[in-house]
Design a protein around this ligand. Structure first.
Ligand SMILES: Cc1ncc(COP(=O)(O)O)c(C=O)c1O
Length: 341
């Protein structure tokens, strides 16, 4: 059985484990004040070409989203998200549990545009309703699509005109940035968004997300917010060591490139046998549409999620590749699938 269920099915890249072992007996201050976390933060700032951002290392995506969004919003304010957005569909109401409504918008491709956001603003007219204040986007999105620079620039301009906070969930930012279709660099992002995070959990670390706060007015007291939400780890060094290793050379990008190469191989080979896709995804999650009996047969040897029913005979499945996906496993999957056609 080989799993294409997730990009967190494996542990961590050996270099990360080695770095944890090598530093094991070093004594460090707690709560992110250790030398590793400080060095990791400096490295990421260098990569961003921005000394003026604040960076906080957190353990997971949901925790980062709920801590950030609840810190940024006042009690009556709400977040806007695509209906496929992780905060809307897959975080157990975590944002709502902090007292902030998530207003969702139906999208074709998981991405928000100024026009889509405007429909929500137009509908929320006065103090009898929540006030939309934060726009949540994910890159790559939950359905594998990515934002192009011009799309991000337009959304950013619109948010600034309308005094909205633009926040990017980068759980799979590595894959988005290493996609062949991408035209955004990591260092471009702070000029477009007010805050974003760089995902480690789905890109080779054991766990960890690096939150970058770009807008001055949003930085204050953020460590209080993390602590109050249970996110300030006494052994914060574990996050620092991992992010230092990911960013001290090109490891972060090399791992994302590998994941994309494997999904690209899968997509190219599936296209050769005329398989259609639910979305045109250039990142490490792809959504081929297959006959249901083929899906059942494949499930004997492969793990994957059935994403959506397409019609009575066909469903879309989600195949996710990771930094650790083996090419032989991809080729075996393709071979097995071709035999079923
Ligand atoms: C886009 C996105 N954001 C956030 C998360 C949540 O991450 P976690 O499971 O670490 O809370 C996920 C997890 O799949 C995700 O895909």
């Amino acid at each position: 059985m080989y799993s294409f269920k997730n990009d967190y099915s494996e542990g961590a890249h050996p270099r990360i484990l080695q770095a944890l072992v090598d530093s094991n007996l070093e004594q460090e201050d707690g709560y992110g004040e250790d030398r590793f976390s400080q060095k990791a933060v400096e490295l990421i700032k260098e990569r961003l070409g921005r000394k003026d951002v604040d960076i906080h290392l957190l353990a997971g995506g949901t925790q980062t989203n709920l801590t950030t969004i609840s810190a940024f919003l006042r009690p009556h304010e709400a977040a806007i998200a695509a209906n496929s957005g992780h905060i809307f569909t897959h975080e157990t109401g975590a944002i709502e549990a902090t007292g902030h409504k998530v207003l969702s918008i139906e999208t074709e491709d998981g991405k928000l545009t100024p026009l889509l956001v405007k429909t929500v603003l137009d509908y929320h007219t006065d103090e009898h309703m929540v006030k939309p204040k934060l726009v949540y986007i994910s890159n790559s999105t939950e359905i594998g699509t990515i934002y192009k620079k011009e799309e991000l620039r337009r959304l950013s301009e619109f948010c600034r005109e309308r005094d909205l906070i633009l926040y990017m969930d980068g759980a799979r930012l590595g894959s988005a940035l290493c996609s062949e279709e991408n035209d955004i660099e990591l260092c471009d992002i702070p000029s477009f968004v007010d805050a974003f995070y760089i995902g480690g959990t789905k890109n080779g670390s054991l766990m960890g997300e690096a939150l970058v706060i770009c807008r001055e007015a949003l930085k204050g007291d953020f460590r209080y917010h993390i602590k109050q939400k249970g996110g300030l780890l006494a052994k914060g060094r574990l996050l620092g060591i991992q992010f230092y290793e990911l960013f001290r050379d090109n490891l972060f990008f090399d791992l994302a490139e590998h994941a994309n190469k494997m999904s690209g191989l899968l997509a190219a080979e599936l296209s050769k046998v005329n398989i259609q896709f639910l979305t045109q995804s250039p990142s490490n999650q792809i959504f081929p549409i297959l006959p249901n009996e083929v899906i059942t047969a494949l499930q004997k040897n492969y793990g994957f999620h059935i994403w959506e029913t397409v019609n009575t005979d066909h469903s879309a499945i989600r195949l996710v590749t990771s930094w650790a996906t083996r090419e032989e496993a991809v080729l075996a999957f393709i071979d097995d699938l071709k035999k079923l056609y």
